[in-house]
Design a protein around this ligand. Structure first.
Ligand code: C2E
Ligand code: MG
Ligand code: MG
Ligand code: MG
Length: 278
C-alpha cells in the first residue's frame, strides 16, 4: 500500500519508522540511564599559545565509556538534544569540567583555562544561567577561566534573544567563543554585535594548509578579522608541522589539534602542561 500513499507520505512514514525503531529506543533508554548514573567521562584537549609554546587552557570533550570503547559525542549528543537529556547532561559537563580544572590547577600551581561546548538546546533553555553559576560556585573556579563554546547556527535562529543570553553569560564573568567558525552563516554585521571573546577557525580550513590557496586565504582573513574585532583566534585540527608553521607565520595566537595533543583523560594533563610543545 505504500505505493498508493505518494512520495511525501511515504517519506513521512519511513521517518517515523526510523524515529521509533527499536535501536533508537534502546539507545535512548541506555542514554537516560547513563545520564542518571553520570556514567560519562570528560577528555581534555589542550590549546597551545603559539608564541610561548606553552599550553594555557584545554577543551572538555565528552565521552561515553562502553566496555573498553569510548563512544564519541557525535553518536549520542544529537539524541541527547532530541530527548532533552542534554539539559542534565550539559549541567553535569559544566560541573565536572570546572571541578577537574581546579584539580589540575592544584597540581600545576595555577588554574588553566577551560573551554566547554554548549549544544543548541542547552543554549536556549532558561536553566542555562543557573547551571553555569552552579558549576562556578561548586568548583570555586575563577569565572574568567571558563570559556563557553557556541556555534553560529545556535545563535542565528533567534539573534536578539541569543545576544541577550550571551550578555547574561558574560555578566557571570565567563568568556564566549564561536566554535567551528566559518562553517555557519552568521554575517559580519552580527558578529560585530556578539559579545564574544574568541573565534575558533573550523578544522575544515586547516586540513589542507598551507597548499590549498583558498583555505590559506580564508585562514588569513579570519585571523585578520579576529584582530580587527579584538578577538582571540584559535585554529582547530592542526595535525602537521607545516600547518603549524603557516599559522604561526600568519600570527594565529592559539592552536589545537592532534599534532599538539590528542584529547585525553585528566590524569594525562599535568605532564602535557608541564612539557609544553617544541
Ligand atoms: P568541537 O567542539 O569542534 O571539538 C573538536 C573535535 O575535533 C573533537 O572531536 C576533537 O577530538 C577533534 N579534533 C581535535 N583535534 C583534531 C585534529 O587534529 N584532527 C581531527 N581530525 N580532529 C581533531 P570529538 O571529541 O569527537 O567532539 C566532536 C564534537 O562533539 C565537538 O566538536 C563538539 O561540538 C561536540 N561535543 C564534544 N563534547 C561535548 C560536550 O561536552 N557537550 C556538547 N554539547 N557537545 C560536545
Ligand atoms: Mg568545541
Ligand atoms: Mg563544535
Ligand atoms: Mg570545533
Amino acid at each position: 500500500w505504500a505505493k498508493a500513499e505518494g512520495g511525501g507520505e511515504l517519506r513521512f512514514f519511513s521517518e517515523r519508522m526510523n524515529q521509533n525503531s527499536a535501536a533508537r529506543l534502546r539507545l535512548e533508554s541506555e542514554l537516560r540511564r547513563a545520564v542518571a548514573e553520570e556514567a560519562f567521562t570528560l577528555y581534555y584537549q589542550p590549546k597551545l599559545d603559539v608564541t610561548t609554546h606553552r599550553f594555557t587552557s584545554m577543551e572538555a570533550l565528552i565521552r561515553w565509556p562502553q566496555g573498553d570503547k569510548m563512544v564519541s559525542p557525535a553518536d549520542f549528543i544529537p539524541l541527547a538534544e532530541e530527548t532533552n537529556l542534554i539539559v542534565p547532561l550539559g549541567a553535569w559537563v559544566l560541573r565536572r569540567a570546572c571541578m577537574d580544572t581546579m584539580t589540575l590547577g592544584q597540581q600545576l600551581g595555577y588554574v588553566p583555562g577551560i573551554a566547554i561546548n554548549l549544544s543548541a538546546r542547552q543554549f536556549r533553555q532558561p536553566g542555562l544561567l543557573d547551571a553555569v553559576r552552579d558549576a562556578i560556585e561548586a568548583s570555586a573556579i575563577p569565572p574568567e577561566k571558563v570559556e563557553l563554546e557556541i556555534t553560529e547556527s545556535m545563535v542565528m535562529d533567534d539573534v536578539e534573544s541569543a545576544i541577550e543570553t550571551m550578555r547574561a553569560l558574560r555578566d557571570l564573568g565567563v568568556e564566549l567563543a564561536i566554535d567551528d567558525f566559518g562553517t555557519g552563516y552568521s554575517s559580519l554585521s552580527y558578529l560585530k554585535r556578539f559579545p564574544v571573546n574568541t573565534l575558533k577557525l573550523d578544522r575544515a580550513f586547516v586540513g589542507d594548509l598551507p597548499h590549498d590557496a583558498e583555505d590559506a586565504a580564508i585562514t588569513e582573513s579570519v585571523i585578520v578579522l579576529a584582530k580587527t574585532l579584538k578577538l582571540h583566534v584559535v585554529a582547530e585540527g592542526v595535525e602537521t608541522r607545516d600547518q603549524l608553521a603557516f599559522l604561526s607565520e600568519q600570527h594565529c595566537a592559539y592552536v589545537q589539534g592532534f599534532l599538539l595533543a590528542r584529547p585525553g583523560p585528566l590524569e594525562a594533563m599535568p605532564d602535557i602542561f608541564c612539557s609544553g610543545f617544541t
